[in-house]
Design a protein around this ligand. Structure first.
Ligand code: SF4
Length: 282
């Protein structure tokens, strides 16, 4: 609290000058000559990015995976915009970032067969491939929920009992007129059985939703914890760059990984392309 008071005391006298400066900017017929920088997204993304960032190509140093924002602008300020302009001998990048740059420049795909084999050998059949969809209403619709809380209303589950066996599909889509969660839980518990790995993409999401359900419906806690303990994350091989192609553009999001691996299954061809559309449609 005292710290805030000190900050406030030093900031307050600057406000009249700052207001004058900003008024001058608004009244000036000229656009201020300010280059892009960290200020474009701090504290929020600026609405003028569409104009000021026009000279930045769709894939640039700003897409280097997990590269600190200041380092991105250091490169930009040295005139380095595209990945082929990076001097790897002079630039401090981690091994995965170097892999991303080399893959783009040389057009190569990187596959770490050993790590991928360890991952797939560690999977236990039957395999369950699970994906949740959620809604997040601003005004809570159901008891035991809060504003904007993501509530599960749909899942898709593909089941493979043994290696190379036929894939069975199960799904749940709630009736929007009632709380979707109790029926969702009951059917999920039934469909997931009691053994085998449950594979998701980005484990934090599904695990988080299951923990939310346990909080509101503790009577299902034992079964839901059993499901949580069986979750495995298919994102890991891509996040670790055990499999990486230039088309992934430094991302391990399913939206980049899927079309890179299976172009005919691109999200672009689907009537509902992502979770937000599914949620709005529901
Ligand atoms: S995008 Fe916004 S913050 Fe960035 S330079 Fe343009 S006007 Fe300034």
């Amino acid at each position: 609290m005292n710290n805030l008071k000190i900050k406030q005391k030093t900031f307050l006298p600057r406000i009249p000058n700052e207001v004058r400066r900003l008024k001058n900017v608004i009244e000036s017929p000229e656009t201020p000559q300010i280059d892009i920088g960290p200020h474009c997204s701090d504290p929020y993304d600026c609405d003028f990015k569409g104009t000021c960032w026009k000279h930045i190509p769709q894939y640039s140093v700003f897409n280097i995976s997990r590269l600190n924002k200041d380092k991105k602008f250091d490169l930009y300020n040295q005139g380095v915009v595209t990945l082929d302009q990076i001097d790897l001998g002079q630039t401090d990048l981690n091994p995965n970032q170097v892999l991303q740059v080399q893959s783009e420049v040389n057009g190569t795909t990187h596959i770490d067969i050993e790590e991928i084999r360890n991952f797939t050998n560690g999977l236990n059949y039957p395999l369950y491939f699970l994906d949740f969809e959620t809604i997040g209403p601003a005004v809570p619709k159901y008891d035991g929920s809060r504003p904007y809380q993501q509530l599960v209303f749909q899942y898709s589950l593909h089941i493979q009992k043994i290696s190379n066996s036929e894939i069975i599909h199960r799904e749940y889509l709630a009736d929007p007129s009632q709380d979707p969660r109790p029926n969702f839980i009951e059917q999920l518990i039934q469909d997931c059985g009691t053994s085998g790995d449950i594979i998701v993409y980005n484990i934090g999401f599904e695990r988080g939703k299951l923990n939310d359900l346990i909080e509101v419906f503790p009577e299902y806690s034992k079964e839901l914890r059993g499901i949580i303990n069986r979750l495995k994350d298919l994102m890991i091989p891509f996040q670790q760059k055990w499999y990486y192609t230039p088309e992934m553009r430094g991302s391990y999001s399913i939206k980049y990984v899927l079309p890179a691996l299976v172009p005919e299954l691109s999200y672009d061809g689907l009537p509902i392309k992502e979770g937000a559309t599914a949620s709005n449609t529901f």
